[in-house]
Design a protein around this ligand. Structure first.
Ligand code: FMN
Length: 332
């Protein structure tokens, strides 16, 4: 891939300042990704941004099929759309536009200019403020109206967000613990975790110690095993919320287009939640074990659980690093 060249910064595309697209790509890199693997790269081609999956950044142990990689890329695609809208353009999207180039996941382009309304401005403003929050949340209940907004956000992207009631919450939490146990027995699990959490000076991917947060001292909420390995400082235990709000994001169907859709829906949900001052944690252990994922899905109806999201109110979480544009953006 050719690195981004400065000439982009001064180019004008059909009346549109190319710097707008560069800014939108920079915003897209702030999307969440599995272990902050940032499995994407971008190319500005004419007045469109092409979004590519970077399969070299797939987590082989956790994500053998690339499902979570595609969800991560979907989150970046949605972020790009939201940023473009915030800049005053109605975004167009073509997904998998070239059958001969399967890594080319989407082409995002300005369709028309239009002043963003309050909701679009709020979504764009949430992009740099959204961070995965792995800390205990307060006991405050998430209002029904907020949950409705999140369900609508998922539906807007063609996915379904189901907020667990008291009984299903207990089941999900216990499935989460079982999934965590099974993952610990999977060969290479800790080595992979170690690779993505090891502190290396100047590192711009992976999860830094500051973002890991404490254990749930009662082991109710299945927080990922970040920080249990040699290179990390020991992780303290704290009491997490007794009645977590957990939502399951699912799609009709289960292949790369649906994973991409799930990623876009997840990021819309996370950004709307951020705008509502909610803290969020994407949780994926239960959907990383096929038999547990099946319990959370309805395979006979063709509905598949793609991600879980924990929601609540908590102290702000820190930002994690991102690779610079010079590494992820190429010009055409
Ligand atoms: C597909 C996917 C799966 C994830 N699974 C988990 C998880 O199981 N536990 C967790 O704490 N964070 C999870 N995350 C959050 C990422 O670790 C996080 O997005 C990444 O470290 C970047 O940090 P940020 O979200 O604060 O920008 C997941 C994110 C994605 C996109």
């Amino acid at each position: 891939m050719q690195p981004c060249r400065i000439r982009w910064l001064s180019a004008y595309l059909g009346g549109m300042d190319a710097r707008v697209l560069v800014r939108c790509v920079a915003a897209a890199t702030l999307a969440p990704s599995l272990h902050n693997s940032q499995p994407w790269h971008f190319r500005i081609e004419g007045d469109a941004v092409e979004v590519y999956a970077d399969s070299l950044r797939r987590l082989e142990v956790l994500d053998p099929t690339g499902r979570e990689l595609m969800i991560s890329v979907g989150a970046a695609v949605f972020t790009l759309r939201a940023a473009l809208r915030g800049e005053g353009y109605l975004p167009g999207v073509e997904t998998f536009p070239d059958a001969g180039t399967p890594d080319l996941v989407a082409r995002v382009f300005p369709r028309d200019s239009a002043k963003p309304g309050a909701a679009a401005r709020e979504l764009a403003a949430a992009i740099p403020r959204r961070h995965t929050n792995r800390r205990p949340f307060s006991a405050a209940v998430v209002p029904a109206a907020a949950l409705d907004r999140l369900r609508e956000a998922a539906a807007h992207e063609g996915a379904t967000l189901t907020v667990a009631g008291p009984a299903s919450r207990t089941v999900i939490v216990s499935l989460g613990r079982t999934a965590a146990e099974r993952l610990r027995r999977r060969g290479g699990y800790y080595a992979e975790l170690n690779r993505w959490t090891r502190a290396v000076p100047g590192r711009r991917d992976g999860i830094p110690a500051a973002a890991i947060g404490p254990w749930d001292s009662l082991e109710r909420i299945p927080m990922r095993d970040f920080g249990v390995i040699d290179a990390q400082p020991s992780r303290r235990g704290e009491r997490f919320e007794a009645y977590p709000t957990i939502a399951v994001l699912s799609t009709e169907g289960d292949g790369p287009p649906e994973w991409l859709r799930a990623g876009q829906a997840m990021q819309r949900v996370l950004l709307v939640a951020t705008g509502l001052h909610l803290a969020t944690t994407p949780v994926s252990q239960p959907v990383e074990i096929a038999s547990i994922r099946e319990v959370l899905s309805d395979p006979r109806a063709g509905r598949w659980a793609q991600m879980l999201i924990r929601l609540g109110y908590g102290a702000p979480a820190p930002a994690t690093p991102r690779r610079p544009l010079s590494e992820v953006l190429a010009d055409g």
